[in-house]
Ligand binder design. Structure first.
Ligand code: ATP
Ligand code: K
Ligand code: MG
Length: 680
């Protein structure tokens, strides 16, 4: 699955660590620091510490040596936090570079006339405008995104999807969009350009994986506010300490207070927060999913219901005409002829396959009168056809839509055919001329493999799967049973899909939607997590907040896992960070006040060398713990399916208790080294 992964993107590859060190320094830019309240406070305090230390050094004060060391370690704290973010971003940058390498700088073959493919002019891609027609031939790389208006060809999309098997792209229907950077393997296409230069799908993917426009999610903002609040509380604590100190006849050097402040504020989670978010997005890219917003990834961790479009999502989506089944008193040939006429101008894959079958099986060669008016297929009417000039309205469409059109239920014989085709999982298209039903076209489609076990897995994760389809209830039931979804909604129009999502949301559930068609776009936009299939239409890809490059609806399992892992990692490291800071409070205070209150010596369980070494050790520990936790922030805390309360209990135990104990051990160990080297 992770077709894009290679050693170059490894967690701590030298190619990423080197530049990350450089970026850690670049991120000292106040504009960059200001995005993170805790680390920004740390940087301000580091500045104060630097000034204090320099003053001590210039005046040969007693705290010069320790002051300089504290200042240095405070700056390291800021740098380590920057480094964590830079490493997380670095992996995305490496991937963006790989995408960039596939970008074509080739010339576009611009056509003046779609019908004359010989008269093209080569022009720089940067100067091709939206709406212009270009010719793409076998061997060419698509210079930009577009919609196929003529032709059919196999396209190698591996540059984007990593999948080497070529796919068919053709005009009409849900398979008509082509992406810049992919390569034509055979034949030719006339493509209408749909993207402005610099705004192609590939351009946007590059920006997304690079995290250039990463926005904080509402959860991150909430946590940021909480952390800023804690920072303020500890500011008050530290500011009041000198008062207590003077009562007890001790003076606490300002440099100690500054150091104490930084050890107490939540620098650990503050420093790792953004890296955790970026790493979550990166884990998705590794699963071949591109996320347009971090919010969708987080929502995925809490999904209750998954809605899936049938055709093109659960099935492969190439519904092909397989048989003509005439009504009593109609010959197969007559039905085929009517179906052919009703489909000659129908550009959808279904329409083309009907024309193809009629020609192949009956050698029919009818052409459409130029004066005929074509009635195109729409997801609302769920039918299509043609009005012939000499009178005669030919229609084909979903059985319920056709019955509604004729104003009477289908005859028992036709109804039986419809039911039989539906029960086999096929799509029946009823054909009628001037309201008289001639018979039924059997469209076949194939369910994507291994989908059943994957839906069972979703069920174990507590997620209900519902298939929604424009098809009739019988076809829907047959496909639903074959795919193993929990429920289905048939004869759905785009409005009904939207309504279902709104209803689920109103009942307090988080809804994910997987779809590929333009008629899925409103639903994809409404869902909390909208996963568009990469094979889908530009409208669907625009509306979704995640795009699955493998066009695999069961990819939601990976997406949910990444979401859950992201939420759990953030929770676990926040717990650790806060527990850690509380512990430091008790680790440091006795050391600072023991001179005035020898009784406090009881509390000094660590038996630290001296107040100076206690403070310095705490500052060093505080900085190093960020680095030590970078791997957990990037890899994520392991997630195993379990109830939320069990997970919470376990994480509180491991990260809460761990957070309380680790600083005592860590600070003591560093204190021993500090003593040994006579640093304080
Ligand atoms: N070219 C066509 N001409 C006439 N009727 C069609 C055509 N294509 C599909 N239909 C009918 O319209 C119904 C809805 O098709 P549509 O592609 O909008 O379905 P959908 O809502 O995307 O759900 P699904 O993808 O599961 O079919 C189909 O089930 C079929 O009965
Ligand atoms: K801290
Ligand atoms: Mg569809």
């Amino acid at each position: 699955m992770s077709k894009h992964s290679s050693p170059a993107f490894g967690l701590f590859a030298p190619a990423i660590l080197g530049p990350a060190v450089l970026h850690a320094f670049r991120k000292l830019d106040p504009r960059s620091l200001a995005r993170n309240p805790v680390i920004f406070s740390t940087a301000l305090v580091s500045l104060v510490a630097t000034v204090l230390a320099l003053r001590e050094a210039l005046t040969a004060g007693p705290n010069a040596a320790i002051g300089v060391q504290i200042a240095i370690w405070l700056w390291f704290t800021v740098l380590f936090a920057n480094f964590a973010e830079a490493v997380a971003e670095g992996r995305g940058k490496a991937r963006a570079d790989a995408f960039r390498a596939t970008k074509s700088s080739a010339q576009a073959k611009v056509l003046a006339d779609a019908r004359d493919r010989t008269a093209f002019r080569a022009r720089d891609v940067e100067r091709v405008e939206v709406g212009e027609l270009i010719l793409v031939e076998a061997g060419d790389t698509l210079p930009t995104d577009g919609e196929v208006v003529e032709g059919a060809a196999s396209v190698d999309e591996s540059a984007i999807t990593g999948e080497s098997a070529p796919v068919i792209r053709e005009s009409g229907g849900d398979r008509s969009s082509v992406t810049g950077g992919t390569r034509l393997v055979s034949d030719w296409l006339v493509v209408r350009v749909t993207a402005k230069p610099g705004e192609t799908f590939l351009d946007r993917m590059i920006a997304l994986v690079e995290g250039a426009k990463r926005q904080k999610t509402p959860n991150e903002i909430a946590l940021d506010i909480l952390l800023a609040g804690l920072t303020l509380v500890f500011l008050l604590v530290v500011v009041t300490l000198p008062v207590f100190a003077s009562w007890s006849g001790t003076t606490l050097p300002v440099i100690y207070l500054v150091a104490l402040f930084v050890t107490l504020i939540p620098t650990t989670i503050g420093g790792l927060l953004s890296a955790i978010g970026i790493a979550g997005m990166e884990r998705l890219v590794k699963a071949n999913v591109v996320a347009k917003s971090g919010r969708a990834v987080e929502a995925a961790g809490d999904i209750d219901v998954l809605l899936l479009d049938k055709t093109g999502t659960i099935t492969f989506g190439n519904r092909m005409a397989d048989a003509f089944e005439p009504a009593p008193g109609v010959t197969e040939q007559e039905l085929a002829e009517a179906a052919l006429l009703a489909s000659l101008a129908d550009d959808t894959p279904e329409g083309k396959s009907i024309v193809d079958l009629a020609r192949r099986r009956f050698g029919l060669a009818a052409t459409l009168d130029a004066r005929a008016t074509y009635v195109p297929f729409s997801a609302h009417t769920r039918m299509s056809g043609v009005d012939l000039p000499g009178g005669g309205a030919l229609r084909k469409g979903a059985s319920d839509a056709m019955a509604a059109l004729s104003g009477a239920p289908l005859s028992p014989a036709v109804d039986q055919i419809v039911k039989r085709i539906g029960a086999s999982g096929g799509t029946p298209l009823v054909v009628a001329q001037d309201g008289r039903v001639l018979g039924v076209i059997h469209l076949k489609d194939v369910v994507k493999p291994a989908i059943r076990e994957r839906f069972a897995e979703l069920r174990r994760m507590g997620i209900r799967t519902v298939m929604i389809t424009g098809d009739n209830p019988l076809t829907a039931a047959a496909i639903a049973a074959e795919a193993g979804v929990d429920d289905f909604l048939a004869e759905a129009t785009p409005e009904k899909k939207l309504e279902l999502i709104r209803r689920e949301q109103a009942e307090g559930r988080l809804v994910a939607m997987c779809g590929d068609g333009s008629n899925d776009a409103p639903a994809l936009a409404q869902a909390d997590v909208g996963v568009a299939m990469n094979t889908g239409t530009p409208a669907a890809k625009e509306a979704g907040n995640l795009i699955d490059l493998d066009s695999d609806p069961t990819k939601l399992i990976e997406i949910v896992l990444v979401g859950k892992q992201l939420l759990i990692s953030r929770g676990a490291l926040t717990t650790f960070s806060v527990a850690n800071d509380v512990a430091k409070y008790f680790a440091i205070l006795p050391a600072l006040f023991v001179a005035a209150y020898p009784g406090l010596g009881v509390l000094d369980v660590m038996g630290l060398g001296s107040p100076q070494s206690a403070i310095l050790s705490a500052v060093i520990f505080n900085a190093l713990v960020i680095v030590a936790l970078i791997p957990i922030a990037l890899k994520g805390v392991a997630y195993t399916p379990a109830s939320a309360s069990a997970l919470l209990g376990r994480n509180l135990l491991v990260y809460g208790l761990g957070g309380l104990i680790v600083p005592f051990l860590g600070i003591k160990a560093i204190d021993l080294v500090v003593d040994l080297l006579h640093l304080a």
